[in-house]
Design a binder for this molecule. Structure first.
Ligand SMILES: C[S@@+](CC[C@H](N)C(=O)[O-])C[C@H]1O[C@@H](n2cnc3c(N)ncnc32)[C@H](O)[C@@H]1O
Length: 262
């Protein structure tokens, strides 16, 4: 299976992505968009960040490899005149010198070929155009991955995971230093940041897992997926209990990359 072949439940993602939305808002604020600018939202998902940028920029184009995500984005936001969505693989961009800025939030761990993405972004940008990318870095949600690994090793679940391979690429500062150099984009900043992903209840944590851990869930027959998610959440909360308000916390490690086309 490659990154473009997962079946996203776009409505479930839209309802369970408050953490991604919050990080995306922080990223957009840093981009300081002007109302004359054309922006590309790379891996736009359900389009809620695209819609936020459309209030600040001249135009925003959201691309995503998932037909389900693009269909939902078009349904929800299609009424905004300065916004368009298309189903496109980030590794196969064909835009030529049209964007002032590119943003990508929580997408690139799904994509195997980052140099192909960066080459496409360089072509897509106008001279002076800027890129701001945020993605999981090495060490991301390590304790949650440990919980998933413990559960999928249990006799009930093990048979479903015989052919399983870890699906995501968690990049490092070294990776991006090299790839940006090779792409011809000028590096401005590459940093690793630690973020606390907080959900207001174990149910919300389960919603995050159900809506994004597709490579794991799609190994399990659909009738058993709720039980699998419940087992993982129970196991995780034994290791990392809720706080006094009943909220859950997952330590996330993210890579933030800022660059521009000279
Ligand atoms: C966690 S969602 C993030 C969506 C949105 N950026 C946000 O912050 O809410 C990851 C998105 O990456 C998209 N994606 C995965 N592989 C991709 C690829 N090769 N090209 C474009 N989009 C891809 C998925 O379809 C999904 O919509």
């Amino acid at each position: 299976m490659n990154s473009t072949s997962f079946h996203w439940d776009a409505a479930d993602y839209a309802a369970n992505s408050s953490a991604q939305y919050q990080w995306g808002c922080e990223l957009i604020a840093r981009l300081a968009l002007r109302d004359s600018e054309n922006v590309l939202d790379l891996g736009c998902g359900d389009g809620k960040l695209t819609a936020l940028m459309a209030q600040q920029a001249h135009t925003v184009t959201g691309i995503d490899a998932s037909p389900q995500m693009v269909a939902l984005a078009q349904r929800r936001w299609g009424g905004m005149r300065n916004m368009a969505f298309a189903c496109v693989d980030a590794q196969q961009l064909t835009f030529d010198g049209v964007f002032d800025a590119v943003i990508s939030n929580s997408v690139l761990h799904w994509v195997p070929n980052h140099p192909a993405v960066l080459a496409g972004l360089r072509r897509a940008l106008k001279p002076g155009g800027r890129v701001l990318l945020q993605m999981p870095a090495s060490g991301n949600c390590a304790q949650f991955i440990e919980a998933v690994d413990r559960v999928r090793a249990m006799p009930r679940w093990r048979p479903f995971f015989r052919a399983f391979r870890f699906p995501w690429r968690f990049s490092t500062e070294c990776d991006y230093t090299r790839w940006l150099d090779e792409s011809g984009l000028a590096t401005q900043n590459i940093i690793t940041v630690h973020k606390d992903m907080c959900h207001d209840s174990p149910m919300s944590l389960a919603g995050w897992m159900r809506s994004t851990w597709l490579p794991y869930l799609q190994c399990v027959p659909s009738l058993n997926r709720v039980a699998f998610v419940e087992s993982v959440v129970d196991d995780y909360l034994c290791a990392v209990p809720t706080d006094a308000q009943g909220r859950t916390h997952v330590e996330m490690v993210r890579l933030e990359v800022a660059a521009e086309r000279a």
